[in-house]
Design a protein around this ligand. Sequence first.
Ligand code: AN7
Length: 362
Amino acid sequence: MNQSTLFTPSWKGIIDCYKKYLPVSDKTPIISLNEGNTPLIFAPHITKLCNIPGLTVYLKVEGANPTGSFKDRGMTMALSKACEEGSKAIICASTGNTSASAAAFAARARANGFQMDCFVLVPKGYVALGKLSQAMIYGAKVVQVIGNFDEALKLVKEIVDKYPITLVNSLNPFRIEGQKTSAFEVCEQLGRAPDVLAIPVGNAGNITAYWKGFCEYLKNDKPKMIGFEASGSAPIFYDKIIEKPETIATAIRIGNPASWKQALSAASESGGFIDIVTDDEIIEAYKILHRDEGIACEPASAASVAGLLKSAKLKKITPESTVVCVLTGNGLKDPDSAIKYSASEAHEVKADVNEIVKLIGF
Ligand code: AN7
């Protein structure tokens, strides 16, 4: 691992930094937006809330990626390989972030001189506004399917079977390859492996990717992987396909995850588990992250912290552990949820000092 490149201004994205660990060659054109190298931030308030002796909690802020989610790590790989293979179009089903990232990296491929169309299928009415607007402005053809994510993914799979279009959902193995680099970064930033990694689970690609990353990077002392589904969308936890998944965390509103088995393996091989968190627990963690840590994320991301708080309460976290919670997406992705669940209101006042002073209570 080249330590010197990680935290310097010469950072050029995850393929440039970790090419030794990735299926790329000198012939692979690198389609990058300088993704990766995201902050790992100590969370003093959440550490205290857990109330476990000697515990330290960090947050891996993946919302700091160029399109505001961890998907960029996978998408730089997917698009680089698609260009290398001569593909001229990509397609995905998405709860929002994959579509935003795919659209951006397709634009970046075009900037690098490749022809690259991007088609995205999203469940109509269930994509956060920030994500939908991203896919639209980066120039993708956005198709709002009347149906949920699982139905959209099925349609996309049928389309790539019939037409020369590259699938960039996490069924594309290059996506997982790119996303595993976050595990490398966590180890480098801590100077050691964490004892526990807490992560939201939707289509289950990311938990699969982190576990692959830890296994490739570490010989011993791998972290326990603890993954959290939303309780209304928890096929892995309940061990059955959920036909009509529901949760306010629309990013993980998924009833039949593509990497189901891999997520179970990650949990069992690491000595961790897959659990559920309710929408109320997600909202509480979402508010704590903003108000008490100053760190914004979207509701699905807060599932990792909600899950840690639940696990700590149930004494499922060992004292003296170092825990990393992955915050998968940026808070600005979903302004509607921020406003809806926020504790404070935005006051209206006349442009008058006395009125304002009265209002702020000085
Ligand atoms: C913020 O964009 O599935 O378990 O289509 O956007 O790897 O699916 C998003 C998933 C967690 C779950 N947090 O990750 C999509 C999509 C955020 C997400 C997940 C997603 P996976």
